[in-house]
Design a protein. Structure first.
Length: 567
DNA sequence: GCCGTTTTCGGCCCGACTGTTTTCAGTCG
């Protein structure tokens, strides 16, 4: 919900202002935590009577939330903002500049924003400040230049192949016994800040040297004994940690995070009179009781193994058994794909052959409908011909079932882009929003509800229409969509394309808790689009999805029975 | 500011690296 997003960024801003103002770190963290809770909240914050019931939201934050919802502002924040130059908040985005330095720059060198910082560097004003040597100033200049050209976070679809290339390159270096990526990438987050690589080696110098001279490295940011960091030509930062092999599990757990998960696990250790850090789990006598594998660490803490995708500091520590989360191998069909009939690059047969190679028993051909002119959407006449072509291909291609379908546009008012008589001829109907993606929340909710409740619709494709980093997409009341999807047995899609990942992770959890079924599809337009399925799986796992809640895991007969269900 | 299976008060994760200083503050994750 947009109010959730607004309030989340307001609390984040609050935290930054508090930092610059020199407030207690715990108070700052409390605000960051509230920002995070609001960002992940699926329900509309305005519909929650008592925000204090949310974990991490106390009396004071709840009052601020209510104040904002009623008046559109938070007085305390406004007063704080008035006490410092607004540009100082931008300065906090510069790598290497923290609250102390920003404050000093302001009070001792009249630096109030990025332009005045640049001017201060140019006229040599900073050089006279204590603890401000040439290297520090050079680093600030470098960070400023980098900040101008960089986008904040990378999509998982960009980061994953780079991380895998770094790992496969470095594992060949002499002495390396273990190497794996950790961090938010291992947790499968849709966007990644930087890539964390963890390695064990008997020749650390050799590995550090190989890492710092990797192809594409434009700057070595850190070069220590156990820690190195580089920046790549694509703008991404990669960190390498070198750890003892015996402590690999402890380090992997620590550097996989999330920070919130680590804190929760650490607190659990403390309650058991133990101490946990990146080197292992230690008892009261300081003896290491677990460190080699993550599994051993969790076990000693009395926890089942927690899959990395669940480690977000939410309810994962309350589980009694490791949930059987969905895996790539569980997917037996792809139910949303395009051919050259609309904007795809493959023929029906080529698409089917590609799907067969991936081990699917079924592929659905769902080209665009008539209103998607930009995507060469099919007129009713062309669709009729297409259905005939698909049925013919289904006869010709052995070893896979080809379903005749459509990705039919959901108009702004919720009507579908084909008449019911035509839709009834199809094996499968995926209904998706493609236009009017800025309409208000109320209209978007009504629009999507109408599509979910339509008896001929099987799946809602990329329900919000968001594109990561480009457009936020629709902002409907998600819980009411989940309830309707459960009641009508309409599946909600996780579009696996890494630009979309829509539904997002938190929505997946909300949908399955409400009893709705999920469909994970690649929306393939070309052969290698099938490779993106892994990102859909990671998002699904982050949403605690198990195979029994996903229609793509059904056998062919079960899938056909599900498609034949009545609303 | 938030929280509670010892607690409504007293904790709140903690180590590595850099740059500058000469023993450590600041930043990062």
């Amino acid at each position: 919900m947009s109010a959730n997003r607004e309030l989340s960024s307001i609390f984040q801003k609050f935290a930054t202002v508090l930092e610059i103002s020199g407030a207690s770190g715990f108070k700052i963290n409390a605000h960051v935590k509230v920002a995070r809770v609001l960002e992940d909240l699926v329900e509309d914050i305005a519909s929650i009577k008592d925000p204090e019931a949310l974990p991490g939201v106390g009396k004071s934050s709840a009052a601020k939330i209510k104040e904002y919802l009623t008046t559109g502002e938070i007085k305390e924040l406004d007063e704080l903002l008035n006490s410092i130059p607004a540009g100082l908040l931008d300065l906090m985005q510069v790598q290497g500049l923290g609250p102390k330095t920003v404050r000093r720059l302001w009070q001792e060198a009249d630096v109030v924003d990025i332009p005045t910082l640049k001017a201060a560097i140019a006229d040599g004003r900073l050089e006279s400040m204590p603890r401000m040597g040439k290297k520090t100033i050079d680093n600030i200049s470098d960070s400023l230049a980098f900040l101008e050209g960089a986008s904040a976070r990378s999509r998982i679809g960009d980061a994953m192949p780079i991380a895998e290339l770094v790992v496969t390159t470095l594992e060949k270096i002499s002495g390396v016994s273990k190497i794996e990526f950790a961090g938010s990438l291992r947790r499968g987050k849709e966007t990644i800040g930087d890539i964390d690589i963890l390695a064990s080696t008997i020749e650390p110098e050799l590995l550090a040297e190989a890492f710092c001279t990797l192809k594409g490295v434009t700057k070595v940011l850190v070069r220590g004994v156990t820690k190195c960091a580089v920046r790549l030509d694509c703008g991404m930062q990669v960190d390498l940690r070198i750890v003892e092999e015996d402590a690999f599990g402890a380090a992997l757990m620590y550097f996989t995070g999330s920070k919130e998960h680590n804190i929760m696990v650490r607190e659990r250790a403390i309650k058991q009179n133990k101490r946990l850090n990146e080197y292992g789990l230690f008892n009261a006598q300081e003896a290491c009781v677990a460190s080699h594998t993550e599994r051993a660490m969790y076990e000693d803490l009395g926890l089942p193994f927690i899959p990395p995708e669940l480690r977000e500091g939410k309810q994962e520590l309350t589980i009694e058994h490791t949930p059987e989360l969905i895996q790539l191998e569980d997917i037996k069909s792809d139910l949303h794909d395009h051919t050259i009939a609309s904007d795809g690059h493959l023929t029906i047969v080529a698409l089917a052959e590609e799907a067969k190679q991936r081990g699917f028993h079924t592929i659905a051909v769902t080209d665009h409908s008539q209103s998607s002119v930009q995507a060469n959407g099919l007129s009713p006449e062309r669709l009729l011909q297409h259905i005939s072509d698909i049925k013919q291909a289904n006869e010709a291609v052995k070893g896979i079932n080809i379903l005749a379908g459509s990705e039919v546009d959901i108009h702004a008012d919720g009507r579908l882009d084909y008449e019911d008589e035509l839709l009834a001829l199809l094996d499968i109907v995926v209904a998706s929003p493609h236009s009017a993606l800025k309409q208000d929340s109320k209209k978007a909710t009504a629009r999507l509800l109408k599509a979910i409740e339509h008896p001929l619709v099987h799946i809602i494709g990329h329900p919000t229409g968001r594109v990561l980093g480009k457009r936020p997409g629709l902002d409907p009341d998600m819980p009411s969509l989940f309830a309707a999807a459960a009641a009508c047995n309409t599946a909600l899609e996780i579009n696996a394309n890494s630009w979309r990942l829509d539904l997002r992770d938190t929505h997946v959890r909300g949908a399955i808790d409400a009893g709705a079924m999920i469909s994970i599809n690649t929306d393939a337009h070309a052969a290698n689009d099938f490779d993106q399925l892994r990102y859909g799986i990671l998002t699904a796992r982050r949403g605690w999805l198990t195979p029994d809640k996903c229609i793509n895991c059904l056998t062919f007969d079960a899938l056909m029975a599900w498609l034949a269900r009545s609303c």
